[in-house]
Design a protein around this ligand. Structure first.
Ligand code: DCP
Ligand code: MG
Length: 331
């Protein structure tokens, strides 16, 4: 009888791709803590814990109301014991000891710093940590160990760790669109990634490029990058060409095989001066911004758009959902 007086349990589908997950949700305080634990697990190479904390956070993001009482967790999927404990701690004390201890630890702070460098993943960061390196200064003293990408990442570290705002992404899109139109009239430039999900800022800008006539997009990317470079706007670029289409190795992984370019562009704050700026050399009337370009034939565009809109967790869930459906259908 008591139970009947409580709020009815929220029905929650098991996969993130089956639910509405608004950008602004009601449990930010809780999800932030769980995502810190996910990140810390990732730093320790614990993929299982990484995904468990992410799952729990994702469920809380989809709730219609703030969690104020542990009974509200009843019947929700993917809230494990550890996540429950953290939530309880946060409800009772406002902070979680475990989370605060991690955030203050040298290990977490150093791994966070290193993985924030463009071109540095968890494995590299961990190796540097094990070698006793702790700061960007330490890294530069050991610069023989750095790739060209990491060198660029450290060189532009401050700019690249300043959020890119939507109006800046829009202004960069205009610069890119102008060049793309010159190189291939009728081609389209679409802003994807976090901005397409409505985020007000992000860590980079993701562009998809295609043309309504299949095949015309071939060779476009190198022309566009060459033109941007001649304008002094390219601080770093790394182009990835599609592999042999008969190569099925990548099909079983989460990687796509589109032609792409990972770049750092110089974004001038006063657009009129862009053509006579020396790359990277200008005074502070601009900033370095990470920009990714992905070019696809129109027949592949829908899939590229789905894959590059994200979030990363949504894409992961979509793959898991599809695979499980396939298996269920085969049984
Ligand atoms: N993506 C993915 N798997 C990866 C990397 C990316 O599925 N390992 C997809 C989903 C991402 C999108 O590409 O949402 C863009 O990648 P970003 O890393 O730029 O992610 P976001 O744009 O979502 O975040 P941010 O706003 O920080 O740039
Ligand atoms: Mg992005």
């Amino acid at each position: 009888e008591l139970l009947k007086n409580q709020v009815p349990p929220v029905s929650m589908p098991a996969y993130a791709c089956q639910r509405h997950t608004p950008l602004n949700h009601h449990n930010f305080h809780l999800t932030e803590a769980l995502e810190t634990l996910a990140e810390a697990a990732d730093f320790e190479g614990s993929q299982g814990r990484f995904i468990s904390f992410h799952r729990a956070a994702s469920v809380l993001k989809a709730l219609p109301d703030p969690i104020t009482n542990m009974s509200q967790l009843h019947g929700l999927p993917h809230i494990g014991d550890h996540s429950s404990r953290i939530i309880q701690e946060l409800l009772e004390h406002g902070v979680s000891n475990e989370v605060e201890t991690i955030k203050l630890s040298k290990r977490y702070q150093t791994m966070k710093l290193f993985t924030q460098i463009f071109g540095v993943g968890v494995k590299t960061a961990d190796r540097w940590y094990q070698e006793g390196l702790r700061t960007l200064d330490d890294l530069q003293k050991h610069s023989r160990k750095l790739t060209r990408q990491q060198e660029a990442g450290i060189h532009h570290f401050e700019d690249l760790n300043t959020p890119v705002y939507r109006h800046e992404a829009d202004a960069i899109q205009q610069i890119v669109e102008e060049v793309v139109q010159q190189m291939l009239p009728g081609a389209r430039v679409i802003l994807a990634g976090g901005f397409r999900r409505g985020k007000p800022h992000g860590h980079d800008v993701d562009f998809l490029i295609t043309h309504p006539v299949e095949g015309l997009e071939a060779g476009l990317l190198s022309k566009v990058m060459g033109r941007l470079e001649s304008q002094g706007l390219v601080l770093y670029r790394h182009t990835q060409s599609p592999k042999n289409p008969d190569n099925t190795a990548f099909q079983s992984t989460a990687m796509d095989d589109y032609e792409k370019c990972f770049s750092i562009l110089w974004f001038p704050k006063s657009p009129t001066t862009s053509s006579h700026l020396e790359a990277g050399e200008s005074s502070r009337d601009g900033k370095a911004v990470r920009v990714d370009f992905v070019v696809t034939p129109i027949s592949q565009f829908a899939f590229a758009l789905l894959g590059w809109t994200g979030s990363q967790y949504f894409e992961r869930e979509l793959r898991r959902f599809s695979l499980n459906r396939e298996e269920a259908a085969a049984e």
